[in-house]
Write a protein that binds this ligand. Structure first.
Ligand code: SF4
Length: 89
């Protein structure tokens, strides 16, 4: 899904997202210029759950973290920025 999303992006947008200088450990899809996820509609399960579970509290809106511990439906296959980089897309 992420691969399809990136392929569908206009080249200029994709290149802009790809070439942003990020600190080590920052998600490769985090759009520094817009302060938002660059692949929002296809972001991974943990990203969709972030901020809404007691073990995934967001400092910007901690009051939203009311759900119990997240149980993953998707299988963990690696970490963005570490196991998956732009060369995989
Ligand atoms: S961590 Fe998740 S929500 Fe944040 S930029 Fe990366 S894919 Fe998007």
């Amino acid at each position: 899904m992420i691969h399809k999303k990136l392929k569908a992006l206009p080249k200029k947008l994709r290149d802009d997202l790809k070439n942003q200088p990020r600190m080590f450990g920052t998600c490769i899809f985090y759009d520094l210029h817009k302060d938002q996820c660059g692949i929002h509609s296809v972001r991974p399960e943990v990203c969709r759950a972030f901020g809404y579970h007691k073990d995934l509290v967001c400092f910007r809106k901690p009051e939203l973290a009311t759900k119990e511990t997240l149980t993953f439906k998707e299988t963990h296959i690696g970490y963005l920025s570490i196991d998956f980089t732009w060369k995989h897309f």
